[in-house]
Design a protein. Sequence first.
Length: 241
Amino acid sequence: MAPRVWLILAAWASACAKPAAPAAPTADAGRDMCAEGHLQSPIDLHAVARRGGAKLGFDYRPDRLEIANNGRTVEIEHHAESRLWLDHRPFKLVQYHVHSPSEHTVEGQGFPLEIHFVHRDADGRLAVVGVLVREGVEEGREELAVRSVWSHLPRQVGQVEQVEAEVDPLDLIPPDHAHFFYKGSLTTPPCTEGVLWHVLATPLPMSAEHVAAFRELYSDNARPVQRPDWCPLKAAALAPP
């Protein structure tokens, strides 16, 4: 084999070397994982294959709004039997919440907001669908859904708004489900790893007025981009949306 090829392979092996084993759990294991975990989120998505992971099957149902300001973000609890299907395995939608600015970036580009739809399967495994938000014109059912949620944003920490109006969370999901896939973590303590991340490649348009309204409550509740320890070449396999 030519020396140059050996050099390339050696560099690749070094970059993709298995990380050192984590330290034994301590009483503050959650904080240790945030600081020392090897698959932490969010990341810049330039190294992740687009259309990676399983095909996304959305089986969402409308639900009455229960919107809470928990001191970290605005979170919408979801009680209807809504599910995300991944490879014929159902993950129940538990809640969705908002970060400002976006936590994930695409080739270094950030976005004003990012919505996370958090799902859990029967074994407790987590799958999150991330929707990046850009400023633009809201239309149709998306416009109605955004207005229904944003008109009831709780302004005080600990405040919960119970709203009779129903919103289908699918109206906040762009119709193009092509996405970036990788295995990462929660972005808030305890930063649990093993989370299946699916970040949609198409951003959701939202008016400057609504972006500003959320940023009045939380203008910087995003975790900075983390540096993944796995090899980008092996981050994900190509798959349909």
